[in-house]
Design a protein around this ligand. Structure first.
Ligand code: CA
Length: 354
């Protein structure tokens, strides 16, 4: 026995690259349903796992599309549309591969919270992730290192969660690569939300989108509602968008009827918009109860009242007016509710010149 084989015998089998075990074959022919088994030691089960549902449907040849929802647990439209889609998608409808995770951040989904109750982390700030990090970091690492290498297109379904309401929209980064930018714009139009919002120069460190784009994968996000409730229109747009995007990519048979209720046709072409800079993010200048002046989707002007901060416990203090610093369309509006100084209470978007 050489020194090397002795060392190998002592070391035992190689340490697995990932701590999460995927039950399903990611390269099937047909339909494969199961779970990601993510280890989580707790008081009642030292070797317990969190079982995150995953569905893979593949047939013929074509691109691989990753569809995710439930990255934030309090954003329901994508969870509803994608879980229904995953349950009903048949391999006979598909050319290529669709990997579906409708409740990716399962602990947060079950708690209906943005942050994971396991480690109090925002999964969408944990990418690319760490194998030996917290639960959310481990989950991000699995997506980055196991799923993304297989993927050509990623569509991640969000809303604005509890704190804000978004005008129903897809979103993407303002990409340097002209061809990549063009392909993403066309994908957004196929998804067919009323708005498609391009970001430029905001802090996007740690998001799934950033991890996807770092690999040169086509990436589209959504904001289909908010205020911690289910938007009727947002859910309809999510269903329609999944169908439209997959048909555009040639992955879904145009004749396939997947959903029971027909989500209908897009009412109007998608308007491409941009959030060009920091002046479009309006922060509360003080603590208080914020009364917004507009709903998401409203046309607004710089200098106009965005709302008022009320000091409801101090009747001697008048409400503090807050004004927009940029003109455009209100992409995100705060719900009436208590805010802290520095919380974003409005985001304005402007027409994208294309
Ligand atoms: Ca979100």
């Amino acid at each position: 026995m050489t020194a090397a084989t002795v060392n190998a015998a002592v070391a035992g089998p190689a340490r697995p690259a990932h701590r999460i075990r995927c039950e399903v074959d990611l390269a099937p022919n047909g339909r494969s349903a199961g779970h990601l088994r993510a280890p989580l030691s707790r008081n009642t089960s030292g070797w317990g796992v969190v079982m995150i549902p995953i569905m893979v449907v593949a047939a013929g040849s074509g691109p691989t599309v990753l569809l995710t929802a439930g990255v934030h647990g309090d954003e329901y439209e994508g969870q509803i549309a994608l879980s229904e889609f995953a349950r009903r998608l048949d391999p006979a409808m598909v050319q290529g591969r669709v990997i579906m995770l409708p409740a990716l951040n399962l602990p947060a989904v079950e708690a209906a919270t943005r942050l994971s109750p396991v480690d109090q982390r925002d999964l969408n700030r944990c990418f690319p992730g760490r194998r030996d990090g917290t639960f959310s970091e481990m989950l991000a690492d699995f997506v980055t290192s196991v799923l993304l290498p297989l993927v050509d297109v990623s569509i991640d379904l969000h809303t604005a969660g509890h704190s804000m309401e978004a005008a129903p929209s897809t979103n993407m980064h303002l990409l340097d690569d002209a061809l990549h930018l063009e392909r993403t714009l066309r994908l957004a139009e196929a998804f067919g939300a009323p708005f498609n919002v391009l970001f430029a120069g905001v802090d996007e460190g740690g998001t799934l989108t950033s991890a996807v784009e770092a690999r040169g994968i086509l990436s589209l996000g959504t904001e289909l509602g908010g205020w911690g409730r289910v938007s009727v229109e947002g859910t309809r747009i999510a269903r329609r968008g999944i169908l439209g995007a997959l048909r555009h990519l040639g992955v879904l048979d145009p004749e396939a009827r997947v959903f029971d209720c027909d989500p209908g046709e897009t009412a109007a072409p998608t308007r491409h918009m941009i959030v060009p800079g920091a002046e479009c993010y309006l922060a509360a200048p003080a603590d208080g109860v914020f009364e917004p002046a507009h709903l998401a989707g409203a046309e607004v002007q710089a200098g106009e009242y965005a709302g008022w901060l009320h000091s409801v416990a101090d009747l001697d203090r008048a409400a503090l007016p807050v004004r927009y610093a940029a003109s455009g369309v209100l992409w995100m509006a705060a719900g009436p509710g208590r805010v802290r100084r520095g919380d974003v209470v409005a985001v304005v978007m402007q027409p994208y010149p294309n």
